[in-house]
Write a protein that binds this ligand. Sequence first.
Ligand SMILES: NC(=O)c1ccc[n+]([C@@H]2O[C@H](COP(=O)([O-])OP(=O)(O)OC[C@H]3O[C@@H](n4cnc5c(N)ncnc54)[C@H](OP(=O)(O)O)[C@@H]3O)[C@@H](O)[C@H]2O)c1
Length: 300
Amino acid sequence: MSKQEPQIWLIGCKGMLGTELSLLLQKTGLAFTGTDRDVDITNPAALVEFVKSRPFAWIINCAAYTAVDKAEDDIETCRRLNAVGPGNIAACAKSVGARLIHLSTDYVFDGKGIVADGIARPYREDDTAYPVSVYGRTKRDGEIAVLENPRSYIIRTAWLYGKYGPNFVATMLRLMNERTGVKVVNDQQGSPTWAGDLAATIVEIINAESCGRPIPYGVYHYTNQGGITWFEFAREIYAQSRTLGLVKKDCAVNPCTTAEYPTRAPRPAYSVLDKTKIETALGIVIPPWNESLRRYLRAE
Ligand SMILES: NC(=O)c1ccc[n+]([C@@H]2O[C@H](COP(=O)([O-])OP(=O)(O)OC[C@H]3O[C@@H](n4cnc5c(N)ncnc54)[C@H](OP(=O)(O)O)[C@@H]3O)[C@@H](O)[C@H]2O)c1
């Protein structure tokens, strides 16, 4: 390890995004330490104790309460993980002068879209947050707490899928192999995000700093490019998986409405995020959702 390499603390290293990031950091040779439930983010003393003798320049927080429906009845646990925990991490980062990268969500918006001339446009970072679920409210409170550390990056993402956690793509592949048909909601629009692309972007933020071209602190949006419905996503998962032999038999993919499949927590009808800010800051071109899906499925 060279002296220039950043010292990184990856929190939530066993989750879907955390595992993806652990593997990528290992591959890129960036020195890091990963923790998960073994260092409880809801316990400020545990965090302080952990950083005491470790000179972290970066802290990445992938830990969260992500069970959106369960959160409606488990408010206190959700709040401790999504709001109190990030506040503890921010205080800890501030005390040692570390930069903090924290993950947030499209659920901080109400999902009605910002409508101009009758057409919804993608949400920008400075559009007013108006969460309508327990998960969304606690994540928004977590964002506010994280910004107490002036050296913070908040990355809002959405529709995350990857190899190392339960997600929509994995569920669809299972159902398509089990059933003769699936019905998928066609009145909620958003953008899928492959965890591999998001992990690479987080590493880019750290590398940009190491290369002497740091990007400004603040809130950024990151998903894959394109706005589609869950039905359109499922249809493409089916088409690509059939070609690749991951789905071995015919399965009809049909659209339905949200009203036909009520959930405990409300789902945003529109949650496409504008990614111009992060693309400009890092000088990257974000891959389209269907291209990233192909890369993901090919590596399965
Ligand atoms: N998944 C999505 O679709 C999605 C969409 C938008 C935004 N996001 C955001 O993206 C980030 C990563 O999501 P993800 O899906 O990768 O999350 P995840 O798979 O649920 O991982 C979260 C990790 O945090 C751990 N954890 C739980 N309680 C902890 C505690 N007290 N202290 C330390 N670690 C604890 C979890 O352990 P256990 O598994 O044992 O509980 C798990 O390993 C989150 O901030 C999430 O809000 C996710």
